[in-house]
Design a protein around this ligand. Structure first.
Ligand code: CP
Length: 305
């Protein structure tokens, strides 16, 4: 069904819709309640976790309750998903019980299968290939600190992972440029960068010094993400890409430092940077709540006219 308002990925939504969702989140954060008090009363969101979570779980649970709705949480180990029930059957069954489904999964294809068979909105709570809810919170945070997104220079440093992929998607929607410094073997898919750039993105692979020079926003993430098994190889390849006081000083003086958390302190980022005056990591974490309230309102209610 094409009229269901899923939130699957940044690259499949128009920039106008994404901006409107951010505005909804801003309004919720400011207490303006654009859809009134408790607009999701009587609605239930299923939260499916095939991987661990702190921020995603708590922000969706708290956000639904603040909007008047409820949640039911399933993880693979304690549900029939862990015993081989298909995603398609799970989607059809859950659609009889709940009004929307958020899924954090090991494989993007499972997200797409859920959306194919569900008759309610499906929200991407992280896959192996993307993390769009995180990027909506990050964009909200950057706008709060920089007043805009258009024309800013981002530096993505380290592992070219699923979070970086969603930043690549966002570059084509929000007008910022992104220089990426990632070692060989840990670079994002070049085809994805080319597609984003054809769509108006400004993303390029470069070296660490060039990425950091003149950057307004410096972003990194864990070197070993959930599911990665090559710990020693990653540590060796990514060590030169640590964000520390020396590398952070290569960006603009008023650059902000971002990390979606959880951080592996003194691996990808040192304590002095993540706890320093340029770090906005806890604003990012808080904004998961506000940005996702915008996503929830979009999926359940649509956009205000
Ligand atoms: N950043 C993020 O998604 O955090 P969690 O893994 O704790 O949900």
């Amino acid at each position: 069904m094409t009229d269901i308002r899923h939130f699957l990925d940044i690259d499949v939504l128009p920039s106008g819709t994404l901006n409107d969702i951010l505005t909804l989140g801003d309004s919720e954060k400011a207490g303006k309640a654009p859809f009134g008090d408790k607009p999701l009363a009587g609605k239930t969101l299923a939260l499916i976790f095939e991987k661990p979570s702190t921020r995603t779980r708590v922000s969706f649970e708290v956000g639904m309750r603040q909007l008047g709705g409820d949640v039911v949480v399933l993880d693979a180990d304690s549900s029939q998903l862990g015993r081989g029930e298909t995603i398609a059957d799970t989607a059809r069954v859950l659609s009889r019980f709940v009004d929307a489904i958020m899924i954090r999964t090991t494989d993007e294809s499972k997200l797409l299968e859920m959306a194919k068979y569900a008759t309610v909105p499906v929200i991407n709570g992280l896959t192996d290939q993307s993390h769009p809810c995180q990027i909506m919170a990050d964009l909200m945070t950057i706008k709060e600190h920089k007043g805009r997104l258009d024309g800013l220079k981002f530096a993505w440093v380290g592992d070219g992972n699923n979070v970086s992929a969603s930043f690549i998607h966002a570059s084509s929607k929000f007008g910022f440029s992104m220089d990426m410094a990632c070692p060989a073997g840990y670079r994002p898919n070049q085809g994805m960068i080319e597609t984003a750039n054809v769509d108006g993105g400004k993303v390029r692979m470069t070296d660490l010094d060039s990425a950091l020079a003149g950057a307004d926003v410096v972003v990194t993430d864990c070197w070993v993400s959930m599911g990665d098994e090559d710990y020693d190889a990653r540590m060796e390849a990514l060590a030169p890409y640590q964000i520390n006081a020396k590398t952070m000083a290569q960006a603009k003086d008023d650059a902000i430092f971002m990390h979606c958390l959880p951080a592996h302190r003194n691996e990808e980022v040192t304590d002095e940077v993540i706890d320093g005056p340029q770090s906005v990591v806890f604003d990012e974490a808080e904004n998961r709540l506000h940005a996702q309230k915008g996503v929830l309102l979009y999926c359940f209610n649509g956009l205000p006219s």
